[in-house]
Structure formats: structure tokens, C-alpha cells
Design a protein around this ligand. Structure first.
Ligand SMILES: [Zn+2]
Length: 300
């Protein structure tokens, strides 16, 4: 009797299992240092990780000052993603002061760093703006996927599948950029921006960029450098002059005015636009920048 009752009650017990209040595992808490990296991490993370970004849209990570809220986010994070290459000078102190037990992941590990060259000689600095070359972002996305998979192996399949899908989108993006720049003549491919953020883009896609301000935004452009750039713009009749979303546009506007050039629009160099803007995701940012650059360079 007992065994029969047990048998009869078994299917009922099994049916009950899906109805039990099963709590889904909380998403893995992670932090990304700035908006562009935040988007890349979100593309791979999907619903399996909750991504908090420290330096938000239109923010300048070169000169950022972390807030107590940032320290709290870092303290609770399992992974802290940073660009590295000297971009986030404030990160070391933030990691230490937050007391986090999370792992810091430098996503540019394996990227070939571009040395800063100015007037043909090396100043010994490394260019941090690696994301401006889609090839580098493919390395960064692979590093992000590996870090998420290691920290949260239960969701490895999801991380891997989303990373692979995003890699395919990056491949499409890169061929679009190459085709669009490739349609211009060598003489047309000259651009002036406010700070030296497009060295990787220039090297990857064959465009020459000059900027009055260096690779960091914390130092002022010297009057001598600005005067030199104005005479270069005049001499070479460069029409493609652009402001950036993270920089004060006044210097570039003055430069364009004195050199007889017109501002060709705003480029997104070190940060995404806010949601609803033209560059709210990395893929949109690269497409917007390329379209803006090509339109400007066609005037050269
Ligand atoms: Zn920069």
C-alpha cells in the first residue's frame, strides 16, 4: 500500500516543481570605466551581468574625478573593466580606496599600443584611444568574453554566443569604414580635430589627423603649436576641421576661423552620446564619425 501511494504521489510532486518559487541567479555585478567600454561589456553580458559605467556619455575620462557612488559600485563589483594604456589615471586609487575584492580586467591586453609621435619623433607616451580601430575592439571583446566566462561559468554559453554575434557586427562595421575611406583620394584624407584621439583610426584606415591638443586633455595647447597648425591648414587648404563631444569647442572654432576653414561637425572621440543621440552605442559612434569625417574630407 505504501509503495503504491508513493508511486501515485510521485508524478504530482514532479508537477509541483516548476511551480515552486525558483529564484533566477542575480546577474553578475560588473563595472566599466567609461561609456564606450560600458557598451562593449553590455553587448557580451546580455541579461547575465549588470553593467555600471563610471564616466558617462559625453564625459572626459582623462580628467575624471570618481565619486563616492563610483567607489560603492566598484566595491560591489565582481569584475572591473578598464581600458588601460594610461587612459584612466584615477583607477588605481579608486580600486584601492574602494576595498573591492573584484578583479580588474584591462581589456586592451594583447592590443599593439600605438606610440605617440609628434613631429616625427617619439615622446615616449602610449596612445590610449585603442577603440578607434575596430580591429582592437575585436581583441577587447574577446578579453571581455573570457573574463565574464571565467567569473560566471554557469552562463558561459550565453557570453560566448553574444560575443560571437557582436564580432560579426564588428567585421561588417570594419569593411564599411574601409570602403567609405577608400573612396577618397590620398590628398583628401587630412583632418584637424581638437585632441589627438584618432591615431589608431588614422593608422587603420589611412587618414592623417592633426590636433592642437595632445593625447591627454589635461594640458593646454601651446600658442606655438596652434599657430603652426593654422599655417598648415592654410597652406594645405584643409577644410575638414571637427570639434569633439568631450572637448571645449572654442579652441577648434577659433582655429578654424583664423585658418579660413569651417567646422564640419562633432566627432565622438572618447565617449558615447546620451541615449537618443547619434552615437549611443559603439557601432553607431563609428558609423557617425566615419560619415562626418568623409563628408568633411570630400571638401579637401
Ligand atoms: Zn582622449
Amino acid at each position: 500500500m505504501l509503495s503504491r501511494r508513493l508511486l501515485l504521489s510521485l508524478p504530482a510532486a514532479l508537477l509541483l516543481i516548476p511551480a515552486l518559487p525558483v529564484r533566477a541567479a542575480d546577474p553578475l555585478p560588473v563595472v566599466a570605466s567609461f561609456s564606450i567600454l560600458g557598451d562593449l561589456v553590455r553587448q557580451v553580458a546580455g541579461p547575465d551581468a549588470e553593467v555600471k559605467t563610471l564616466v558617462g556619455p559625453d564625459g572626459d575620462a582623462h580628467v575624471y574625478q570618481p565619486s563616492p557612488t563610483d567607489a560603492k559600485a566598484v566595491a560591489g563589483a565582481k569584475l572591473i573593466f578598464l581600458n588601460g594604456l594610461g587612459f584612466e589615471g584615477w583607477m588605481g586609487r579608486l580600486l584601492k580606496s574602494s576595498g573591492t575584492k573584484g578583479k580588474a580586467i584591462t581589456v586592451t591586453h594583447g592590443v599593439k599600443p600605438r606610440a605617440a609621435d609628434h613631429d616625427g619623433h617619439d615622446h615616449g607616451n602610449v596612445d590610449p584611444h585603442a577603440w578607434q580601430d575596430v580591429g582592437n575592439v575585436r581583441i577587447m571583446v574577446a578579453n571581455i568574453a573570457n573574463a565574464l566566462t571565467d567569473a560566471d561559468p554557469a552562463h558561459a554559453e550565453g557570453y560566448k554566443a553574444r560575443a560571437a554575434a557582436y564580432q560579426a557586427e564588428l567585421e561588417t562595421l570594419e569593411s564599411e569604414i574601409k570602403a567609405q575611406i577608400g573612396a577618397l583620394t590620398a590628398v583628401q584624407r587630412r583632418v584637424i580635430t581638437s585632441h589627438d584621439a584618432f591615431g589608431y583610426y588614422g593608422k587603420a584606415y589611412g587618414v592623417s589627423f592633426r590636433a592642437p591638443q595632445g593625447m591627454n586633455t589635461d594640458s593646454e595647447a601651446s600658442a606655438k603649436d596652434v599657430a603652426k597648425l593654422i599655417s598648415q591648414i592654410r597652406k594645405e587648404k584643409i577644410k575638414a576641421v571637427f570639434v569633439e563631444n568631450i572637448s571645449d569647442p572654442r579652441l577648434t572654432q577659433q582655429l578654424a576661423k583664423e585658418a579660413g576653414a569651417v567646422i564640419g561637425g562633432a566627432l565622438y572621440s572618447d565617449a558615447l552620446s546620451a541615449t537618443g543621440g547619434p552615437a549611443a552605442r559603439y557601432l553607431d559612434m563609428m558609423r557617425h564619425n566615419t560619415k562626418t569625417l568623409v563628408t568633411g574630407m570630400m571638401q579637401n
